[in-house]
Design a protein around this ligand. Structure first.
Ligand code: NAD
Length: 259
């Protein structure tokens, strides 16, 4: 018997890959899936309970680890249900507001809770090295960020772009709310020194591209991460499941803890 896992949104783009990888793994066991009523019938051949709400599954599987790539409102409701039974909950959903993140931090005191807007090893290593690069280049270099995603993506800028922007702002000791610039249009004047431009492109089936630009005097550095497939994120999420299983509650964990 492997670690029992419940996949939220199992018919979604990420959910379908996660469901397959859990079934293929030797140390995880697909204990149940949750989907909206309209899509739940697509999942009837998985050989595990299919539910339309997490609470009913947690009654019988109180200690399962939940993987959740759905939508902010769903992930919050799921975290509240997990906190009632003590189930561990790995969240990959992006687009959470500051209030929703704060609520997750509160729930993390009661149950093992993990949230990361990007589960890839590459992006998380970037988050470690970008502060050093930003500090070494110093104030002569203007910092900008661009991201590209598929045309079905609902939030903008991406959760990863926002995490990267937070990391750049922290390295500069700037307040991101004051220095972020999401749109340039019309006669806007010269670029202020204390600004981080964050731009989003949408189209086709692009899994995810993020580029951080450092524009300096007479030169430019570009650091790009390209996700070639969603399996990259799914494998990171399964790493988080193994790490979170049996972990004590305390604070909201992230991929930085797992790595
Ligand atoms: P998707 O729309 O393909 O899948 C979401 C699924 O959730 C759908 O099947 C939907 O029916 C289901 N769902 C909605 N409400 C539900 C409910 N109440 N109960 C159960 N299921 C419900 O989206 P996606 O491309 O798989 O992305 C999902 C989320 O994951 C997004 O926020 C996306 O930005 C994020 N994401 C994060 C990472 C990461 O590394 N952290 C990587 C990729 C995507």
């Amino acid at each position: 018997m492997g670690i029992p896992v419940i996949v939220m949104g199992a018919a979604g783009r990420m959910g379908a890959i996660l469901t397959r990888l859990v079934r293929e793994s030797d140390d995880l066991q697909l204990a149940g899936v949750v989907e909206r009523k309209e899509k739940a019938t697509e999942l009837s051949n998985l050989g595990c309970p299919v539910a339309t709400d997490i609470a009913s599954l947690l009654d019988t599987l109180p200690k399962a680890v939940i993987i959740d790539f759905t939508a902010p409102v769903v992930s919050l409701a799921t975290a509240r249900a997990a906190a009632r039974t003590g189930a561990a909950h790995v969240i990959g959903t992006t687009g959470l507001s500051a209030e929703e993140r704060a609520e997750l931090e509160g729930l993390a005191v009661k149950t093992p809770l993990f949230w990361s807007p990007n589960m890839s090893v590459g992006v998380n290593v970037l988050l470690k090295v970008l502060p050093e690069l930003t500090r070494l280049l110093g104030d002569d270099y203007d910092v900008e960020l661009a991201e590209i995603h598929h045309n079905k993506k609902k939030d903008s800028p991406s959760g990863t772009a926002m995490r990267l922007a937070e990391c750049l702002a922290e390295a500069k000791a700037w307040n991101l709310e004051e220095s972020a610039c999401y749109c340039r249009h019309g006669i806007i004047g010269e670029r202020p020194k204390q600004e981080i431009g964050i731009q989003a492109l949408r189209g086709g089936d692009v899994v995810g591209v993020h580029t951080v630009y450092y524009f300096g005097p007479g030169e430019r550095i570009e650091v790009t991460h390209q996700a070639h497939s969603r399996e990259n994120f799914a494998n990171g999420a399964l790493r988080a499941v193994r790490w979170l299983h049996g972990a004590a509650p305390g604070r909201l964990y992230s991929m930085q803890d797992v790595l």
